[in-house]
Design a protein around this ligand. Structure first.
Ligand code: PLP
Length: 268
């Protein structure tokens, strides 16, 4: 049988994120999503995690100078048409990323404000949260919190769509030009995600819930897929819709797969 046609266009995505040894989240998920959406992925790794489907066993942060060296190396030679930022781990890493984005004029940036893993491990230190908001929200084109992250950032209890809309507005006011607030953790047969922009747009993406235990890495995948589509030239709206469709296909296709004994990875 012939292999599938090679469809990658020359759209370059720099992924600044942590490694998940289990392959479910982090850069492993990011690279898969970027490739599947038709772009070329590069990585600047912020931290190594020793992790499987049951949880995070250990985190080893990369020194900020080494993170910067990775970004410099790819930016000075290959370049990037979009950036995805995931786990940042420590405040010094946040500062290093902000500096590097400016030094290399890297944009557009999709910022996934990764804080706590589904299994309960802290992936961003407490004293890094303020720096993340102050330094990276204004440099991002889109911030993609889930309900827990948006709740933590705004101090709100987010248990309905009105709460989601108010939280999205607050995150816009704190410097993000656009927010995709993911509502998947609200109960119900329908999942509603909210795309809100400072320009005034508010669009709900509603879809029937797909029952699957394999959701580890869903947020990483979504934000990387958006970055890939932005790199390929999509508008923000179109990029979010393509990425949303991709994640839904992966949820449906992998619902019956069993990987490990814990929280299974999104299969893609
Ligand atoms: N590990 C790494 C390296 C991550 O970047 C992330 C999320 O972005 C996670 C774990 C957590 O993924 P989840 O919340 O899907 O368990």
């Amino acid at each position: 049988m012939m292999p599938p046609p090679f469809t990658h266009r020359y759209a370059r995505v720099l992924i600044i994120a942590g490694s998940d040894s289990g392959g479910g989240a982090g850069i492993q998920a990011d690279l898969k999503a970027v490739a599947a959406l038709g772009a070329y992925g590069m990585t600047a790794i912020t931290a190594l995690t020793a992790q499987n489907t049951r949880g995070v066993r250990a985190i080893h942060g990369v020194p900020p100078a080494m993170l910067r060296a990775q970004i410099d190396a790819v930016a000075e030679d290959i370049g990037a048409d979009a950036v995805k930022i995931g786990m940042l781990h420590a405040p010094e890493i946040v500062h290093a990323v902000a500096d590097a984005l400016d030094a290399h004029h890297l944009a557009p940036v999709v910022l996934d404000p990764v804080m706590i893993s589904t299994s309960g491990s802290r992936l961003l230190q407490d004293d890094a949260v303020q720096a993340l908001v102050a330094e990276l929200f204004p440099r991002a084109a889109l911030v993609t919190p889930n309900l827990d992250e948006a709740g933590f950032l705004t101090g709100r209890r987010l248990d309905d769509e009105a709460g989601m809309a108010a939280a999205a507005d607050e995150l816009l006011a704190r410097g993000a030009p656009a927010v995709l607030l993911k509502g998947g953790h609200l109960p119900g047969d329908e999942v509603a995600d909210l795309l809100a922009t400072r320009a005034g747009g508010r669009r709900w993406l509603r879809a029937p819930r797909i029952a699957s235990a394999n959701t580890h890495g869903t947020g990483c995948t979504l934000s990387s897929a958006i970055a890939a589509r932005l790199a390929l030239g999509d508008t923000l709206d179109a990029a979010v819709q393509s990425a949303h469709a991709y994640v839904r296909q992966a949820l449906a296709a992998g619902a019956a797969v069993r990987t490990g004994a814990g929280s299974g990875p999104l299969n893609h």
